[in-house]
Design a protein around this ligand. Structure first.
Ligand SMILES: *Cc1c(COP(=O)(O)O)cnc(C)c1O
Length: 481
């Protein structure tokens, strides 16, 4: 539920589910958290789960599943070809997207691989509101280039714009004029992951679709974060407030020629798929599924997961279900803003994003503000976030550091996983850290791999700031927890 008001006047979002399976987690003492962070080279990707209290690294594959999803997994139809599980998922997708064809794939990036193989050629230019890491990589592998054209407001960290994920229509017109035939499709990511889960409005999707039709170019929608985006359209877009979630979903889908999704997010399970209407394109994509994924009726997914996705997507048409993530994130963002902590606003889907440049203005970007903040937060709270800044970039061809335009620490809120008291705990510790921010210093490379350094790289604290931070924490909290 969006929010409930207590008799004291306090308001917060209320869980519209009860917890029936639990996993024990432990809040290790700060000395252990500090040691674990050293072992992990101050890289939160290298931590082990047993040292983590609240894992806010990602929402991928870690949303909570419902009892109905678990029950459906027990009746999955395990056959190599023609299994009923596939047809159950296909019929749910037909109801929400109303498209003729469904091709399964093992996860979102596998859909991107197949689609790029068929649609992208050397010299192709693909305009989009925002890229995702795997999308850009697959388009690049086929010799294409991503043309990112979000509205200017997308890069304004503290904003009131309700749809920061919108594509810039004027820039899209210009792209059509300049690149014409080299544009194989336009892509809209709804919502924009790397923008901080910021949504796209239905009006913007409709305008983009009309422009694509006029130019004879298909519109592709990446629906991985669609459940949050549907929620934002309903609560932020006046024209849609009386529509049901299913109606909004149908309208979004009617704008697209191709929809693909990661079911590690949409559908709260693990898998993916492509939906489309075009007969010729379907015939081109079809043979690639058994070649790279698995037979046409499972596409590399376990049939149990296929059943869980079917139920999960059906459940995503329910406001109680899809409001949980965004309303918890909004609560956290509001509390942090009240305390003066710099965060990305307005609150989006996916998670709460701390603005590390403004949080740690005294730390040089060359000493990795976002990575330093992520390390400091883990040490003082056991909360694992993800660095989205310079460490996540690659060096320039001349070997110099490529500084990221923004330095963020993402605190993902996998859907229906964390309780309100856990959210309050994280919020409190972030505020404490902000009050003690002068104790946080920078990092320098200990071991820097050539590729995917953000996954495997290890760093050391510059100077003894982490020991001082631990000491201050113990003074303030006594217990070491
Ligand atoms: C996660 C994600 C993907 C990739 O999906 P995987 O299942 O992780 O391969 C693609 N697009 C968006 C917007 C995503 O959030």
């Amino acid at each position: 539920m969006e929010s409930i008001k207590l008799s004291t006047g306090e308001e917060f979002p209320l869980e519209m589910h009860k917890v029936r399976i639990v996993q024990k987690i432990e809040l290790k003492p700060i000395d252990r958290r500090f040691a674990a962070m050293q072992e992990a080279g101050n890289n939160t990707f290298l931590l082990r789960n047993r040292d983590i209290f609240l894992d806010m690294l990602s929402d991928s594959g870690v949303n909570a599943m419902s009892d109905r999803q678990m029950a459906a997994m027990m009746v999955a139809d395990d056959s190599y070809a023609g299994g009923e599980s596939f047809f159950r998922l296909e019929s749910v997708l037909q109801r929400v997207f109303k498209m003729k064809y469904f091709l399964p794939a093992h996860q979102g990036r596998a859909c991107e691989h197949l689609l790029s193989r068929v649609l992208v050629k050397p010299g192709s230019i693909v305009p989009m509101n925002v890229h995702f890491t795997t999308t850009k990589a697959h388009i690049g592998l086929q010799g294409g280039t991503v043309l990112e054209i979000p509205a200017d407001e997308a890069f304004n960290i503290a904003s009131k714009e309700p749809f920061k994920g919108n594509i810039d229509i004027d820039k899209l017109k210009k792209a059509f004029a300049e690149h014409g035939k080299n544009i194989p499709f336009v892509r809209i990511e709804a919502g924009g992951n790397l923008l901080g889960g910021q949504p796209v409005s239905l009006a913007n999707i409709k305008e983009t679709s009309a422009l694509c039709k006029k130019n004879g170019v298909p519109l592709m929608i990446d629906a991985s974060l669609l459940q949050d985006n549907l929620y934002f359209i309903k609560v932020r877009e006046a024209a849609c407030k009386d529509k049901t979630v299913l109606e909004i979903c149908n309208e979004v889908a009617a704008c697209a020629d191709i929809i693909y999704f990661s079911a590690r997010k949409l559908g709260s399970a693990r898998g993916g798929g492509i939906c489309l209407n075009n007969d010729a394109l379907y015939e081109q994509l079809k043979p690639l599924v058994p070649l790279f994924e698995g037979f046409l009726t499972y596409g590399g997914m376990s049939v149990k997961e296929i059943e869980a996705i079917a139920v999960g997507i059906e459940e995503s048409m329910d406001m109680d279900m899809i409001s949980q993530g965004p309303s918890f994130i909004r609560f956290m963002v509001d509390e942090l803003v009240k305390a003066g902590v710099p965060v990305v606003t307005p609150a989006g889907g996916l998670g709460c994003h701390l603005d590390a440049k403004a949080f740690l203005p005294h730390v040089k970007q060359a000493e990795f503000q976002a990575a330093s903040l992520a390390a400091a937060l883990f040490i003082i709270s056991g909360v694992r976030g993800m660095e989205r800044g310079t460490v996540s970039e690659e060096r320039n061809p001349d070997g110099s550091e490529h500084f990221s335009a923004i330095e963020l620490v993402r605190l993902a809120l996998p859907r229906r996983v964390f309780t309100m008291s856990q959210v309050k705990f994280v919020t409190d510790r972030v505020i404490w850290l902000f009050k003690n921010k002068d104790l946080v210093g920078g990092l320098k490379w200990r071991k820097e791999p050539n590729i995917l350094r953000f996954f495997f790289g290890e760093l050391d604290a510059v100077g003894g700031w982490q020991e001082k931070l631990v000491k201050k924490f113990k003074q303030d909290f006594g217990t070491g927890l």
